[in-house]
Design a protein. Sequence first.
Length: 334
Amino acid sequence: MIEVKDLVKKYDNHLAVDHLTFTVPRGQILGFLGPNGAGKSTTMNIITGYISATEGSVSINGHDIYEEPEEAKKSIGYLPEQPPVYTDMTVKEYLGFVAELKRVPKKEREPQIASALAKTGTVDVAKRLIKHLSKGYRQRVGIAQAIIGNPEVIILDEPTVGLDPVQIIEIRDLMKELAKEHTVILSSHILSEISAVCDTVMIINNGRLVVSDTVENLPQHLNAQNSCRVVIKGTEDLVKPLMEELEDVKELSLEGDGEFVTVTVTSDSQVDLREDIFFACARAGLPIYEMSNVTRNLEDIFLELTRSEETTEELPTEGEIKEESEENADVSDL
Ligand code: ADP
Ligand code: MG
């Protein structure tokens, strides 16, 4: 079990980790989710003893990472975001080197290397130089070195970055397989990645914990709302008063083109406005052409949760993204 209490990391005046507290029980696959710059790598580097914290404590199975670093580190296997590369070694030589570093007893080295190769599907490339491997295989070797020493906890920092879709699926399957025997913590800035493999998700933003819950429970952390989009044949000055007369409307927006008006109304989650809208339009003799409930997917939820706080690294708005891609399109047109 990992216990992190009031963790703080300051770089000069910049708070990269801001009083982070959480525990990870055994046997879980936990996703550490947050936009770039949220503080994921910093936190993982502290938990694994790579860098020191400014304040706070980390204990692994009851061993404090500063007071008993050897004991604490024995329980953790780590694949950093930028793994050290020993490209002139073969995979097997490299794993032997790691086993030595981790002080695996001599007798156990061979069987442990064999098992790590088997578990990560790297038996066939064991004798190849690391520099000749694809990125997907290098990542597998990175995971193999993390499981040498048979640590209870495996921490993987953005393990699928830079991989192609097939490799991503393979690494995900591998992580699920590892979770049968180890506690696995992985970080990602992509929600779908986390929801595909994790039991629990911790969303962090600006070094702070925003939400910690199961993937299914995420929507409950939002101000639950119902939104309905309606296209009505008519002009804005006819439609607007009808919508304003509806009860329980929290937000209303209208956009007319002279012939049709597109209306979006938002209410509390327990209120369904569709029948009221239908009867109001029918009474006024205004035909409804379309009506649909606007549902929010997990991606929207993630964006809302991480945007609701002031972000230091501003995310581009949809408009800006569009402008940018239009600019790029211009360039490629030339
Ligand atoms: P993430 O892994 O979530 O993308 P990081 O933990 O790498 O985020 O970074 C968190 C914040 O700390 C960022 O604002 C980053 O610029 C800053 N940071 C990270 N490492 C350093 C460093 N060595 N020196 C100064 N600032 C750093
Ligand atoms: Mg990172």
